[in-house]
Design a protein around this ligand. Structure first.
Ligand SMILES: [Zn+2]
Length: 146
């Protein structure tokens, strides 16, 4: 899916007309109509406003070109798991368990994060050593631990 399809879908599901979306975002109806015809893609600030309006991440609005992984614990991120900033915008780097209101939810070392994650992993109970080894190799590649 590309932006035009994602946007048109979200707009219709929310029950907004093109005019209503234009009013909410302070853009012209022609601009909205160009997005839906695939002629243009909105600027970053407008994408942010759309993200707030529809409650989906910018990555989702753009048709999910990137696979988002929490840069603190390594979990795969869908919009349901994304952290939010204090102003309500999504933070597309971290999950909501690692980041909230503009800071990390826990101040921990890499090794503490490994111990925190292992019991939550699918094989955490039966293969804790394998999970530990996996997390010890994964975490140093993430932004928080680099
Ligand atoms: Zn996380």
């Amino acid at each position: 899916m590309e932006f035009q399809d994602v946007f048109t879908d979200l707009r219709k599901k929310a029950g907004f007309s093109q005019n209503e979306v234009a009013d909410k975002l302070h853009v012209t109806r022609q601009a909205v109509s160009r997005w839906e015809r695939g002629e243009t893609v909105p600027e970053v600030e407008t994408l942010q406003a759309l993200s707030r309006l529809f409650g989906v991440s910018i990555n989702t609005l753009l048709g999910s070109p990137r696979t988002l992984v929490c840069q603190s614990c390594g979990m795969l991120l869908s919009d349901d798991f994304l952290a939010r900033e204090a102003d309500g915008n999504f933070n597309e780097k971290y999950c909501k368990w690692c980041w909230a209101d503009g800071h990390f939810t826990q101040d921990c070392t890499l090794e503490e994060m490994v111990e925190h994650c292992v019991p939550l992993m699918p094989l955490g109970q039966t293969e804790p050593e394998a999970c530990r080894a996996y997390m010890r190799s994964l975490l140093p590649t993430l932004e928080r631990w680099k």
